[in-house]
Ligand binder design. Structure first.
Ligand code: TPP
Ligand code: MG
Length: 328
């Protein structure tokens, strides 16, 4: 929900932690389920990037729009896509968000504002710009969040989208989740500027670089960007510095990442760090966090079982949801 103060209270921080824990546990379960041979999918782990959507979600309404990428399950969970239908879609089952016809890379769930998930690098931003234009024209008050990686900011569609969104003062926030790598390529080998946010100057919009692993800093930066969009003042480019712990996709051994760099990142794993901070700085009883974590684990158990028990779509689904009028 939209908030106005400039410091998050403990209830806010607990909600952020809940999302982070849910994303982390869900990711661990997803990897284990694939490795057990129960799911046959390509999987892009968001492990290490939990803070970004968990903090942004505090400033969003259910009907605000979200666009994300193949590495987007953290964004989808934080936006509120129910775990059961999310798992079912990952498993290609008829009970999934897209009746099993989208699969992991194409999660769409308009009920929670998740409008597009795409595997085509950079392609989400023009769509998000269009969604924001629709909101501006209809006056529905929605804000669009579009997530993408550091590599995607080198695609032409990024530059075209920022330009147009700025000229038209569209209610969109461009969220670059800068994890330092695009596939196996280090940031410095593919990107000419030191910070992605520097590119905002070319499009006359605020460009903000924030520690994407710091829940409070993320909460503040997102608050400003979302408020600006909602007030009709136009877009922001929000660069959130983070790291991906599991390589590009499941099975990638991250051999191209220097061992010291990976070790330093793992040392600062944002989820256990924030958990400890809640205990030390906010006097949250460890038992409360244990209970919260355990409740999430149960919710995930139920979602996995639901997905595995659900049926695959009938062949007739091949002809449904394609044209405005159903095919015979
Ligand atoms: C248009 C296009 N070009 C290339 C690819 C292959 N590809 C898939 S992911 C990826 C790297 C993108 O890196 P980044 O934007 O930093 O996102 P991250 O995976 O790090 O979250 C590439 C090149 C693609 N899917 N689409
Ligand atoms: Mg990247």
């Amino acid at each position: 929900m939209v908030t106005g103060s400039n410091a998050p209270d403990v209830a806010t921080l607990m909600r952020i932690y809940r999302r982070m824990s849910s994303i982390k546990q869900n990711d661990e379960r997803m990897r284990a389920t694939i490795r057990a041979g129960k799911l046959a999918i390509i999987y892009y782990s968001p492990r290490g990037q939990e803070v970004i959507p968990s903090a942004i979600a505090e400033h969003l309404n259910d009907d605000d729009y979200l666009v994300t990428i193949y590495r987007g399950i953290h964004d989808q969970i934080a936006k509120g896509v129910p775990l059961k239908s999310l798992w079912a879609e990952y498993a290609g089952k008829v009970t999934g968000t897209c009746k099993g016809k989208g699969g992991p890379m194409h999660i769409t769930h308009p009920e929670t504002g998740v409008m597009v998930t795409t595997g085509v690098v950079g392609s989400g931003m023009p769509i998000a710009t269009g969604l924001a234009l629709a909101s501006q024209m209809s006056g529905d008050g929605r804000v669009t969040i579009t997530n993408f990686g550091d590599g995607a900011s080198n695609i032409g569609a990024f530059h075209e989208s920022l330009n147009l969104a700025s000229i038209w003062k569209l209610p969109v926030v461009f969220v670059c989740q800068n994890n330092g790598y695009a596939e196996h390529t280090h940031y410095s080998e593919g990107t000419a500027v030191e910070n992605i946010a520097d590119r905002a100057a070319s499009y006359n919009m605020p460009g903000v670089t924030v520690d994407g692993n710091d829940p409070v800093a993320m909460w503040k930066a997102a608050q400003e960007a979302v408020a600006r969009a909602r007030a009709g003042e136009g877009p922001t480019l929000l660069e959130c510095k983070t790291f991906r712990f599991m390589g590009h996709l499941l099975g990638d051994d991250s051999h191209y990442i220097p061992k010291e760099e990976m070790a330093a990142a793992l040392e600062k794993d944002p989820v256990p760090l924030f958990r400890q901070k809640l205990i030390d700085d906010w006097q949250v009883p460890a038992a409360d966090l244990d209970k919260l974590d355990a409740d999430i684990a149960t919710e995930i158990d139920e979602a996995v079982q639901f997905a595995l028990d659900s049926a695959y779509p009938d062949l007739v689904e091949n002809k449904r949801d394609i044209l405005a009028e159903e095919m015979a």
